[in-house]
Each structure stands twice: as C-alpha cells, then as structure tokens.
Write a protein of this length. Sequence first.
Length: 467
Amino acid sequence: MAKLWGARFSKETLQEVELFTSSLALDQRLWSVDIQGSIVHAKMLSRQGVLTEVEGEQLVQALQEIHSEFEVSLKKGLGIPVDPRSEDIHSDIEKKLFEKIGQLAGKLHTGRSRNDQVATDIKLYLKKELNLFIEEIAELQKQFLSEAELSTEVLLPGFTHMQPAQPVSLAHHLLAYFWMFQRDKEKTFDALKRLEKCPLGAAALAGSRFPLDRHFTAKELNFSQGPTENSMDTVSDRDFAVEFLSVAATVMMHLSRFSEELILWSTPAFSFLELGDEVTTGSSIMPQKKNPDVAELIRGRVGLVYGDLIGLLTTLKGLPLSYNRDLQEDKSYLFRTLDTVRASVNLMRLMLESVRWNHDKMSLALRGDFSNATDLADFLVGKGMSFRQAHEVVGEVVQYCLRHKRALEDMTGEELLSFNPLFTEEVLTILPHQAVLQARKTVGGAGPTVVKEQIESAKLALKTLHG
Ligand code: ARG
C-alpha cells in the first residue's frame, strides 16, 4: 500500500516492520477527533489563504462524508471501517480522503505533522472521555450516598488492624468511600485543565513557515487556553496522560479497597452482606458456591493500571526532545487504563446496587467485641481520672471479662464498682454499643447526628462540582 512517506525509499518495508510499527489497532478509536481536527485545520488553511476557499470547502465536505461513513458503519455494527494495512488512523483517513478527492487530499497536511496531529487527537479524545468518567464516578458516589442515608442507625464494628475497635454506623463506613471518590473527581477535573491547550500547529517539532492561525484552530476545537507555547514541548509532551493515569491508579486503589471489604464481608464468617446473583458467579465443581469474581477482578486489575502508569513514565524518562516513536506507546497505556477504570467504576456501582445488607450479623459481631471499652475509660475521665489511669483500669476490666467469658456490656454495676469507686450506676447507660455510637458527636465523627450533617455536606459536594 502507498505510504505517506514512501518516495524517499527504494526498497519496500518488510512486512515484519509494518506489523511492528503499526498503531492502527490502538489509535483507530481516535477516528472521530482526528477528522474533527482535520476539518478545523482545513478551514484554517483556507482562511489564511494557504489553500483556496474552494479547496478548503472540498476538503471539509469530504472529511464530513468520511465521518458519516464511519458513523454508519458503527451504527450497523460493522465496527470502525479501517483498512488493516494502514499504518495508523491518520494515514487511513488520508487514504480515504484521497479516494474521494484525489490529489487535493494531499494538501490537507500542509503545515501539519502527525506529531502535532496525534497529540491533538489524544487531548480531544481524553477531554470527552474524562467528562464521562467524572459522571460515572458521580453515579457511584450517589449509590454510596443513598445506601448511607438508609443506614445512619445501623451499627457494625469499626476496625483498626482488622480488630474490632469502636462501633460505627454503616452509613459512616460507606461515606468514607464517598469522599475518596470525591477527591478522585476533583483530581480528574484538575487533569482536564492540562488538556486545554491546543497542540495543532506545532507541526513536526518547530512550527511552520505557513502563516498558520493557531489561535483560530484552538478556538474552533474548543481548547479554552489557546495554543501551546512551545512546539518542541508540544510534540513530546505526554504529561497530561501521566496525570490521568495517576488519577486512574488512585481510583483503582480505592475501588480495590472496597472490593476487598465486599469480598470479606460476604464470607460466611462475616456475612455482613450478600451480593446479588446478577453480579456473582458460580463454580464448575462446587455447586454451593457463589463467588465475588467481579470484586476480585477489580482488585486484580489494579496491577494492570499501576503497570500502565509506570509503563508510560518509563517510556518518557529517557526521551530526548522532541518526538520519538516511543511516544506511540502512550495509547496502549492510556486506552487500556481508561477502559479498565471506567468499567471498574461502573461494575462497582452495579455491585453496590445489588448488595443485601445483613444488619443482624453486624450487630451480632458487636456482641462482646469490646469496641465499647474506650467509652468506659472516657467515663472515668469524665469523673476526673487521667486518661492513662482510666486506660489501665479498663484494661483490667477487659482482662476480667476475657477470663470469665463475659461481654463488657453485660457487666453489672457492682462488678464494675469492684474495679473502681468512680464507676457509679450511670456507667451502665453508656456501655451499650448504640449509646457509644450516639455519643460520637464531633464533626466528621461516626454518630448519627453528625453523620446526618455529613450526608448534607456530601449532597452539597456533589452539587457544587457538577454545577
Ligand atoms: N502513529 C504515530 C503515533 O501514534 C503517529 C506519529 C508518527 N510520526 C512519525 N514521525 N513517525 O505516535
């Protein structure tokens, strides 16, 4: 097949080389933004008198036709209509243009290189995708929020070191994830800012001798911060991709942490929840099994996303200015991560929607778990004892309970009194886990009154970021 650059060569490229260098499989998804960029470039060239008005119009029209043809093929379920022998999506579209309008197609590339073209395409594509991604994270947050609204009074042990620590509400636990995803969303918004300068017009690396109007191009393509400042930086910069990959790595880490809890909490030992049949899988040998494979795969795919982040950083670290073919690999990292993280966010929402919480198991787990011990010490502090001393007294009470197989909440007033005279009758009112939770009133704490305030903050946070 004719190449965009064939004339300088007297021998055919080896097929192995063609296979090795092709990026079509990766970059074909850029077809729409690539055509969009080309349309604006053609308009700009004719506005600037580099092409005649008629040439500009013909190019634009032919490009629009090609765009429609792609759409039709996709709508019919026939996939992206590319020639598998094309080196990349840019060559493929230029070839289609040539088939339509002959030699005029060759004028489109005036003052442009695939180097600034591909950087532009990726930014345009990412902008669209990240806006969708933000919406998807918000949907997941809404699910956490609505589950939380139903469970401000549902108790379960809060853990540190995986040991029961202090009682919390299910709402409080779930809202912890709400805020993680809120930060992720903020970071994604921030990453979008680095996608607002237009690379097109940097050409191969040094700009062009043609009077390109880069401001026009940037404006027409909705780059709100205008053209990039340095053509060499422009064609070799992939910082914006690194930034997204880093956000994605954090999102996956958060999803993985919740996956781990879903897995753990759905074990028979915990039984805090049951995942819906529609999001779980069975075993080919053990008929009783219902496995949390989706959660495990999310946890598993974290490695893939971390790998992509490190992969791109490694690709970039030794690159001299300006464009080097290594940069073509950016798409492999970027698109795999994009697909993985978006699917994971969506699957997590579906999983969460399917959860049946087992409140009884949660409160059963609290029985005799000593997660009310801190409050027993706090009671003594309220009577004037230092916290360190109180810690010691309660430590002895715990040891007594363990020895006599007693739950702390079942201790009688008399028994407690035998440990310290400050244990007056009213101590019995603070010991039930429910009372412990109610007493957590500090801002951001686990008690129902402040969790209700937290829910209001969460609703406001959702609204503020989305306008
Ligand atoms: N497919 C290439 C990429 O994705 C396009 C740029 C090719 N440029 C070049 N000078 N060979 O990076």
